[in-house]
Design a protein around this ligand. Structure first.
Ligand SMILES: Nc1ncnc2c1ncn2[C@@H]1O[C@H](COP(=O)(O)OP(=O)(O)OP(=O)(O)O)[C@@H](O)[C@H]1O
Length: 606
């Protein structure tokens, strides 16, 4: 909301000044005083007099009423009618679409001035006619934008989900589709208002709009043009008013669009102190490919700043697999995205370092990060369908990943792409390379994603729940594939998952996250054999064995905006005691760490 203050205030000021024109005690805007023709600024007329000796300030303020009424009214009519037609055409398709959308194409065929001439001939000039002409001119834009957005929105899962709930059509359109297409419609509105102010000026200038001697900014520009050599300032004032109003309108619509979309939080500013004083950063861990030390991430949300990741340290060596585990919301993905330099705009690392090949990934320039991504560091995401481009053949997508970092010809890159597809276990890779993503199964698509990730032989591969969307058999094949590729290339692998069965199968070491903090760390054998933290023990107990029922962990991970004081796991911990405070991560033995005040006591009791 804070982002609306400045542009909203500016637009409100312009509108209020225009509305308050009769109360401001300004001279009559149409009273002529030929003796003072083209007079410069003087007492009582701070902006001087025009070619008929009329007061320029008064005409500017009264002209704003005419210009803004025409602009706002025409844009509002076009927006409401156009959005409605676009919504109905895009949703119902068929005949509704034909009449709503195709009829607009006919309207688009008329040149604007011809349309204005036609309507003015029929109805006579004036503000009302101008509103009608401009509304007709802007209508097709709104219909087309809304129609295209509805077509795209209706294929999204969230729309399917409300349809599956049996919601009535008008509710789906108004409550689900409209808020999601509001951004582009608001942008179109800002363009329409801005362009209507300009067109009003243009059409009034041609004698097709506001009728003289009524003031409007367009008529002022027309008048000033004839006396440009003697009184250039006369042209400046209406042009300045026009430009500032358009700028304020555009800013307001951009701010409205951002306010309507909760995903567009303001970007967090970088911390220059971290760049200026690199000596304060924690040093890297010896022989680690990735060494993350004390990572803390802050996110600016409408309800305040949160810390979903706090003081997270982890490291992985060449050829090693580190599993990062924890329930949903524990901060696994944000930690990985920080290393990739792909944090959402509202999030920023505020402390710590992530050392990779001698560089701190948290403080790299975007250009440097882009050079590393896909070459030295690669990432595989959970949902291969949304990560692959649906309109390009998979062979071309793999080849593109290679050519983004290697100077190969298209033919050579394609041959390498086919080879990579073969290495990831895709049968008949030559034929498959010509397929589109929707023609492949989920497992095949994930293999393609892995082929793209390893295309440039990365030193570090981060896999964020790469098997969660796959069935158990395919999951096992993908795990085998990753393990095989790792043996072959010696890359370090960070495997993010909430599936402890997978961890046991693939990982050498494990880092357990809870509510944004590392609660336990060590080799898989040690941690799984004798967990030191009650959360790790509860996670392990929650893994179903054989036909037995799993013992679920009561409660849920606390959200970052509602963290309990002291130990974050205490409200769910069966061993919580009054002595439990805000524990630090303590190294128990070499390579093993735990964040629990009672860890020693509980280990002895076990
Ligand atoms: N852009 C954002 N704005 C506000 N909060 C966010 C944002 N991104 C993540 N969060 C919050 O940060 C916390 C950690 O999120 P993260 O996605 O890292 O969890 P996760 O452990 O990867 O969960 P999952 O296994 O479900 O992917 C969550 O509480 C989440 O709601």
């Amino acid at each position: 909301m804070r982002r609306l203050w400045l542009p909203g205030g500016l637009v409100l000021l312009v509108v209020l000044v225009a509305l308050a024109a009769p109360l401001l005690g300004l001279p009559d805007p149409i009273r002529q005083d030929v003796a003072r023709r083209l007079a410069g600024p003087m007492p009582g007329s701070p902006l001087g007099r025009d070619e008929f000796g009329r007061d320029v300030l008064s005409r500017l303020v009264w002209g704003a009423r005419a210009s803004l009424t025409v602009a706002f009214a025409s844009a509002a009519i076009a927006c409401v009618v156009g959005t409605l037609l676009g919504l109905l055409g895009g949703w119902f398709r068929g005949l509704g679409e034909f009449f709503a959308v195709r009829s607009m194409d006919v309207l688009l065929c008329f040149p604007p001035v011809l349309l204005a001439l036609l309507v003015v001939t029929l109805l006579g000039p004036g503000s009302g006619t101008l509103i009608l002409v401009l509304a007709a001119l802007y209508l097709p834009g709104f219909v087309r934008v809304t129609w295209a957005e509805v077509l795209s929105a209706r294929s999204h899962d969230y729309v399917e989900a409300v349809r599956a709930l049996g919601a009535p059509t008008h509710r789906i359109l108004l409550r689900t589709v409209l808020p999601n297409i509001a951004g582009p419609v608001l942008v179109q509105l800002s363009l329409a208002v801005a362009s209507a102010v300009v067109l009003e000026s243009g059409l009034s200038f041609l004698g097709l709009g506001v009728v003289p001697p009524e003031p409007s900014w367009g008529l002022m520009i027309r008048g000033a043009r004839g006396t440009m050599a003697q009184a250039p300032l006369l042209l400046l004032w209406p042009c300045l008013a026009l430009s500032l109003t358009i700028l304020a309108m555009n800013l307001l619509c951009d701010a409205l669009r951002d306010a309507a979309d909760p995903r567009t939080a303001p970007a967090a500013p970088p911390r220059w102190v971290d760049r200026l004083l690199p000596g304060l950063l924690p040093p890297p861990r010896a022989d680690a490919v990735l060494s993350m030390q004390g990572l803390t991430i802050e996110i600016v949300t409408p309800r305040g700043t949160i810390r979903p990741v706090e003081d997270v340290s982890l490291s992985v060596r060449a050829g090693e697999t580190l599993a990062v585990v924890g329930e949903s919301g524990s901060g696994k993905s944000l930690t990985a995205l920080a290393a990739m330099g792909l944090l959402p705009p509202a999030a920023r690392p505020v402390a710590g370092a992530a050392w990779f090949q001698g560089r701190d990934l948290l403080r790299l320039e975007e250009a440097e990060h882009r050079r590393l991504r896909g070459s030295a560091i690669a990432m595989v995401f959970q949902d291969p369908m949304s990560s692959l481009n649906p309109v390009h053949r998979i062979g071309d997508q793999v080849a593109e990943a290679i050519r983004a970092h290697q100077p190969l010809s298209a033919r050579a890159a394609r041959a390498r792409a086919v080879d990579l597809l073969r290495r990831t276990g895709i049968a008949d890779p030559d034929r498959r390379a010509r397929a589109f993503p929707h023609e492949l199964s989920g497992g095949m698509r994930q293999r393609v994603m892995i082929a793209m990730a390893i295309a440039n032989r990365p030193a570090l591969l981060i896999a964020d729940e790469p098997t969660t969307a796959l069935d158990v058999t395919v999951q096992a094949q993908i795990l085998d594939l990753l393990a095989g590729l790792q043996r072959e290339t010696g890359m370090a692998l960070v495997f993010i998952t909430h599936n402890l069965g997978v961890v046991a199968e693939i990982a050498d070491r494990v880092t357990v996250l809870y509510a944004g903090q590392v609660v336990e760390e060590g080799t898989v054998a040690e941690v799984f054999g004798a967990p030191l933290h009650p959360y790790t023990a509860a996670l392990l107990a929650a893994v179903p064995e054989g036909d037995g029922m799993a013992a679920g962990i009561p409660g849920t991970v606390p959200p970052p905006q509602d963290l309990p004081p002291g130990c974050r796991f205490a409200p769910r911990c069966p061993h919580a005691a009054p002595a439990c405070d805000a524990p630090q991560l303590l190294a128990e033995r070499a390579g093993r760490a735990v964040r629990c005040t009672r860890a020693d006591e509980l280990a002895l009791a076990a």
